[in-house]
Structures are given as C-alpha cells and as structure tokens.
Design a protein around this ligand. Structure first.
Ligand SMILES: [Zn+2]
Ligand SMILES: [Zn+2]
Length: 98
C-alpha cells in the first residue's frame, strides 16, 4: 500500500471543485456564450452556485450545486428571470446521474 504525503496545497476536493470539473468548467445555463477568462489557478474562471440557498436549508452536495459563469451567477441571484434560471438548473440536476 502506498501512502502519499499530504502537503498544504493538496486540498481535499470540495463539492465546488467537483461541480466545476463535472461541468467541464463551463456555465450550465444552456446556450450561454460566456467565454471564461483564465483564473489564478490556471483554469477557466467559473463560479459555483447553490440551487437551494444554504440559508434556506439547501445542502452543500453535488445535487444542489451548479457551475455558472459570473454573469449568470449574478443573474440567478439578482435578475428578474432568476426563478426561470433556477428551474433550468433543477431540471438539469434531475437528469444528472447520481
Ligand atoms: Zn450563488
Ligand atoms: Zn452563463
């Protein structure tokens, strides 16, 4: 059996890191044409959103998170169409294989 030394920068993958990988570092709103810039970790810059807010009892699980571009992330929090965007993500998670 091999043991690996855990270094400070070897962070355990978090739900948000996996959510970004799952989405291929792309916004999960269909038809989004946002081109992410390269972030400080040398990966496309995208954000992770909790579909049901943690404050409202939403869980920090892969079923409850989505990868969004900064534009859609702002929109889903503050946009007139936020409920519609939420529906899109809920639909998407329903179709995600667990
Ligand atoms: Zn959010
Ligand atoms: Zn987007």
């Amino acid at each position: 059996m091999q043991y690996r030394t855990v270094k400070q920068h070897d962070r355990i993958p978090t739900v948000s890191a996996i959510a970004k990988l799952r989405a291929g570092f792309k916004c999960e709103i269909q038809g989004c044409d946002y081109e992410p810039f390269i972030g400080i970790y040398n990966l496309p810059y995208v954000e992770v959103h909790h579909i049901e807010r943690l404050a409202d009892g939403g869980k920090d699980t892969l079923e409850n998170v989505a990868c969004l571009c900064p534009k859609h992330h702002r929109e889903i929090h503050f946009g007139l169409n936020k409920e519609r965007l939420k529906e899109i993500l809920l639909e998407k998670r329903k179709n995600t294989e667990k």
